[in-house]
Design a protein around this ligand. Structure first.
Ligand code: FMN
Length: 333
């Protein structure tokens, strides 16, 4: 426990330790379903060391007594060195979410996050993810209830609103009253899905409208963009998703440990290291040539470097690990 990380000591929050050191601006790796599994998180931690990482969302069943799957609990307990891991839940039933949070904490999770951003919520089991924003009554019930069940930090990752990008402003007092510890904001609406651009002027307004730390997320693809958003919004930190999957060194670029924009030779070197390491880790985590290649190709979908677009397109069609390995070796400087 680092003394600088403590929240102000009130009876309720004396034991809650934010997952970053006070006075620093954490750079977080976003939860990305199908991508940020424990092998990918370990690769990032060993290579570029995000300050905080998240599990992919874990669905909380309203019906099964087993609130979290055994495979999800394995993700929660995966070792991440001393980089804090936040367990993310998606669901809509207070009792079930509370039980799942206790489940996750019993398995070792110190930080729980509620997903209120996913625009593809399953409507069969009611509104979950971003769709929860259509039901303010549900939020007023679920969020305080979940707080009582969580002894570590409780954060919310959300869109700016369901259809109205200012909706979040009307929810801030609910989050504060419920003693949510911090917010992660992707400033698009749920209806917008991924169309248009993330509007970080909303992030700035939310930062000014709340005492809670706000982490800015959405469309951060270059160090210049990330630093601009930090400066203009006053956000407490940044979360990197697709930009980090395309270029893990974005973490180091933001810390000025690398050039802001890579040269072609640096991109080749990055791709060689990244894909080689990922192929090795995925070969241990997943079974069978087809699955390993499919998982790797999921990552290639996000690599959009103009310098190597022909090679990346070809790699997406490869059907053997040996051939994939040969193409990765061709990036070797
Ligand atoms: C393939 C994919 C999977 C995602 N999975 C999750 C998830 O499991 N939980 C979550 O809160 N957000 C998820 N998101 C949203 C991202 O965490 C992030 O909020 C969004 O992509 C915007 O950030 P970016 O522009 O840096 O990617 C996902 C996004 C993508 C593209």
């Amino acid at each position: 426990m680092h003394p600088d990380q403590s929240l102000p000591a009130t009876a309720d929050n004396a034991l809650r330790i934010l997952p970053w050191q006070e006075g620093t601006k954490p750079l977080m790796l976003a939860p990305l379903q199908g991508l940020t599994n424990r092998a990918m998180r370990a690769l990032f931690i060993d290579w570029v060391r995000p300050d905080v990482v998240f599990t992919e969302f874990m669905r909380v069943s309203n019906v099964s007594r087993k609130r979290l799957l055994r495979s999800d609990l394995k993700e929660v307990t995966s070792t991440t060195g001393d980089v804090p891991l936040i367990a993310q839940l998606v669901g809509n039933n207070s009792e079930a979410l509370m039980a799942a949070a206790r489940n996750a904490e019993a398995a070792g999770a110190c930080h729980i996050n509620l997903n209120m951003g996913c625009p593809y919520g399953r409507m069969t089991s009611g509104a979950t993810g971003g769709a929860m924003l259509q039901h303010p009554d549900l939020l007023a019930e679920v969020i305080p209830a979940l707080r009582t069940a969580i002894s570590g930090t409780f954060s919310i990752k959300m869109r700016a609103g369901y259809n109205d990008p200012d909706q979040i402003l009307s929810l801030l007092s609910l989050f504060e009253d419920a003693e949510v510890d911090f917010l992660v904001l992707h400033p698009r609406t749920v209806k917008q899905k991924y169309a248009g651009a993330a509007d970080h002027s909303i992030t700035g307004r939310v930062v000014r409208g709340t005492s809670l730390p706000v982490i800015a997320n959405g469309d951060i693809r270059t160090a210049a963009e990330g630093l601009r958003i930090l400066g203009e919004t006053g956000a407490a930190g940044l979360m990197l998703g697709r930009g980090a999957i395309a270029d893990p060194l974005l973490f180091e670029r933001l810390r000025a440990q690398r050039t802001e924009e890579p040269t072609k030779a640096e991109t080749a070197e990055m791709l060689h290291h990244y894909l080689n390491d990922l192929l090795a880790r995925y070969s241990k985590l997943f079974c069978g040539e087809r699955q390993i290649l499919d998982k790797l190709k999921n990552v290639l979908m996000f690599i959009d470097t103009a310098d190597f677009s022909a090679q990346i397109s070809k790699m997406k069609r490869i059907r053997s690990i040996d051939a994939m390995h040969d193409m990765i070796e061709a990036f070797k400087p």
